[in-house]
Design a protein around this ligand. Structure first.
Ligand code: ATP
Ligand code: MG
Length: 392
């Protein structure tokens, strides 16, 4: 009787002819996430099985797999020969730790190996009897069972399980291109990156800092956030770009009510160029309609006008509360709320325009020759490799 992990995948089954490609990518991402836990991963008919994980690391392996995009759920399972007696014993042992108190159960069976002589119904019936006999505390409830015991008789072996851990869903990272996340130290942008990575997009990230107006600690915080996102999104390049010179030029030479939107436009321009250089096909921001003055419909239109690359804003229709909930779920919230200034808060105008006009902003931007500053910021950017980060 071997202990294994049975992995169900999320949307990959929809992918028709590309399915083997998606499956291979999923297995690669599973391998990354399990490092350095020993494991043998095998695909079989719409499932992935993880064998040979040392028993004391099985729970950790299952927990990590639940953070891999593309995985719907994981069941720790017992793997036995396709033999009725072996199946019966495995099912009894599977319920050993829950059967000491009164509870209800129901059996489920799937037989994809039709050479196995018992039908699915026979397996369920016989197993029901066997479990009732072994555990007097248990009774059958076919409508609302507390325990669901499943037997899958497959080509390779039979698998018996009663637990299902929910995965994060989505698609394997790397199957849908690459995008550049504008990451601040705030709550929203890490969540935005997570959501796009969830659709199979690998990430690069760019952060703008304004030393000495922002502290080293603010930068460290962003590195920390990128690491947490990398737990799901895999490794990424994080570009750290000094924004001080541009920010001061905007502050000194452009209308003060427009500084935030102008800043946003210049960030987008720089991000677009770095994206082009590193093969990212879109930008990602954490903006939501109406959240702050720089996120009204008019402001967003002015921001978009600065670039030609597509801009993804996965939080566009989210309330702050919903974003916070998501940030707590993925583990970025506690880091995001540490109180270090980011460069937007330092230079916030007292009366920002809420209905900026594209033509007006283009004109204000033309007051300064930003091109050499943009080029310098890009040339001097520091690139950090954030490798996939595993929590303790
Ligand atoms: P966040 O919580 O992500 O900081 P926010 O609600 O505070 O978002 P803003 O500060 O207005 O909103 O920023 C809007 C978006 O612009 C952010 O979600 C992020 O994508 C990008 N952004 C803001 N500041 C920076 C920065 N210093 N470096 C990189 N991107 C930034
Ligand atoms: Mg912010």
């Amino acid at each position: 009787m071997k202990k294994v992990l049975l992995v169900r995948y999320a949307e990959i089954h929809l992918k028709g002819l590309n399915r083997p490609y998606f499956e291979r990518m999923l297995v690669d991402r599973m391998r990354d996430a399990l490092q350095p836990i020993p494991a043998r991963i095998e695909r079989e008919q719409g499932r992935v099985f993880v064998y040979d994980v040392p028993e004391q690391q099985l729970a950790e392996a299952a927990r990590r797999l639940c953070t891999v995009f593309g995985i719907h759920s994981v069941s720790p399972a017992l793997c036995v020969e396709k033999d009725w007696e072996a199946i019966r014993q495995a099912a009894i042992s599977e319920l050993a730790d829950v059967a000491d108190k009164p509870s209800t159960f129901k059996c489920f069976a799937k037989r994809s190996d039709k050479r196995f002589t018992m039908t699915s119904e026979q397996i369920c019936r016989e197993l029901g009897h066997a479990l009732l006999e072994a555990y007097p505390n248990l009774s059958v409830d076919v409508h609302h069972p507390k325990i669901k015991v499943t037997v899958e008789v497959r080509q390779s072996s039979a698998f018996i399980f009663s637990k299902e851990l929910r995965g994060v869903g989505g698609m394997p990272v790397g199957t849908n291109g690459k995008a550049m996340l504008l990451i601040s130290g705030g709550i929203d942008s890490p969540v935005a990156g997570y959501m796009i990575a969830k659709r199979g997009v690998s990430l690069a990230a760019v952060h703008f800092y304004s030393y000495p107006y922002t502290s080293e600690r603010a930068r460290d915080k962003v590195v920390e956030l990128a690491k947490i996102v990398s737990r799901f999104a895999g490794e990424m390049d994080l570009y750290l770009v000094s924004f001080t010179e541009i920010q001061l030029a905007i502050y000194d030479q452009c209308p003060s009510s427009e500084t935030t939107v102008l800043m946003r436009r210049l960030m987008m321009k720089i991000a677009e160029r770095i994206a082009n250089n590193c093969g990212a096909q879109a930008l990602i921001t954490g903006e939501a309609i109406g959240q702050v003055a720089s996120q009204t419909m008019d402001s967003l239109a002015c921001t978009d006008d600065a670039v030609t690359i597509p801009v993804f804003r996965p939080l566009i229709g989210f309330d702050k509360e919903e974003i916070v909930e998501k940030a707590q779920q993925i583990g970025t919230f506690e880091t995001s709320i540490q109180p270090y200034e980011d460069c937007c808060t330092v230079f916030v105008p007292q009366h920002p325009v809420t209905r900026p006009k594209v033509d007006q902003l283009r004109a204000s931007e033309a007051l300064v020759d930003f091109e050499p500053m943009i080029q310098k910021a890009i040339d001097e950017a520091e690139c950090m490799k954030i490798s996939q980060f595993i929590f303790d």
